[in-house]
Design a protein around this ligand. Sequence first.
Ligand code: ATP
Ligand code: MN
Length: 529
Amino acid sequence: MSLTSSNPLQTLGIRHAAFHHNPGVDELYEAALRLGEGQVAAGGPLAVRTNKTGRSPKDRFIVEDDLTRDRVWWGGFNTPISPQVFDRLLDKMTAHAEGRELFVQDVFAGTDPQHRLAVRVVTEMAYHSLFVRNMFVRPTEAELENFEPDWTVLNIPSFKADPERDGVRSDTFIIVNFTRRMIIAGGTQYAGENKKGIFGVLNFLLPEAGVMPMHCSANVGPDGDVALFFGLSGTGKTTLSADPARRLIGDDEHGWTDTGVFNFEGGCYAKVINLNPEAEPAIHRTTQTYGTVLENVVLRADGTPDLDDGSLTENTRSAYPIEQIGNIVEEGRAGHPRNIVFLTADAFGVLPPLSRLTPEQTMYQFISGFTAKIPGTEQGVTEPQPTFSTCFGAPFMPRHPGEYARLLAQKVQESGARVWLVNTGWTGGQYGQGQRMSIAHTRRLINAALSGELDNVPFVREPFFDLEIPTEVPGVPSEVLNPREAWADQDAYDRTARKLAGMFRENFGRFEDGVDPKVTASMPEHGEG
Ligand code: ATP
Ligand code: MN
């Protein structure tokens, strides 16, 4: 499995390159160190720094052609580009790659044999290859023998586009071509692009097979009950799904079929800024383990990772095979969910730490996809700001949100899953005045909901979003449960809640035409604007 002369990339037209075909961890460490991509941190991870420290959503394009023209919801994050632009860039990239050392990983996206994609990921950087190996589903030896890629990814960060001539926005680009079944990327070293591109492909393809693709984490309780955790970046999908009492299925993207849920991935990509070993022991251990890629984590002089150092970015990451989290579902699949949690990190401190959603509120919150973006995952964001990202993942959802919402509604109804909204953001005041909810309280609230403990607890309705809040949850102080009571200045709470409700209303306006009036009627009534 080392350097090979047979060319796994004839289709790309790269004639002379030194290919590593399915290199293992040792080989990739050797190459990454030799190529000066990073260094080995104390405990064994490969620590790297990248030119971009987050995704580049504005430089992502989808080739517009007969396959996509009427199926993609253009606008927002789905930017069309012509097949000619794609072909020209691909030609330039392959010419650029000629004669180089390249890394080829054959992997699956999806643990369900019926719905997975066989993906060949070709990278210029050795640590990207390790990232891909860690993050996707690793085929068995037998599966590698007969591996026929459905899709090919070509990622060459040292190739930079010329926006004047190449028809793209900057030197960075990520272009998905459904007809040629290829993704090409240049200009960015941020490893997350390697997986998010393929997610976008699955998110486009799966609904046609009746499968709901979801930006969520998933785990299973001791009696087999499955829980999903939807949420935008930084809301707690990875943190909260790694629960010592529940087996992890996956931390970022899943599909929901007629038989249950399956993970798209074979690894996790955890934020590690200020990671607390007591609150998140399993994830913390991965930052000291051989095989992990540590991205933009600063190392001290003695090689130990300084997880509190955000000087390169707040979006520091650990990418590791899922087996590193001891307590997992090996096959990456399980049955239908019994509970669904929508996570939001509300920097206004308005939404309750936990509330129960009606079916209409479920659709309303799913289509709204609210959080407050905390500094980090995207370029150029340094101040917290409200974000509405439909389906809790607008950047990777090529179809109209209504399509995903209808599929979800149908699956929730058929399964009878209960749906909860959990605010992992601020309490006692908005960002700057209050503080972030404690992870211990959030975990306790979620475990109470999942275990059925809340079935016999009284609930009250709060007046701004009409959300049902439990009045008591063992292990959590009752003033934490009701956000208004957690604020010292309750008039300030009312003003802020009204302002946030107004933002929800304004945002939802653009979807009203496409949704059931009952869903629209579950909008907050007391907002401004
Ligand atoms: P991404 O989609 O970017 O992977 P994510 O939803 O997986 O994002 P996490 O990696 O789980 O997000 O990030 C949540 C961050 O918030 C972690 O750094 C965690 O330590 C921190 N945090 C602080 N308080 C809480 C809380 N109450 N619940 C969950 N996470 C919290
Ligand atoms: Mn995550």
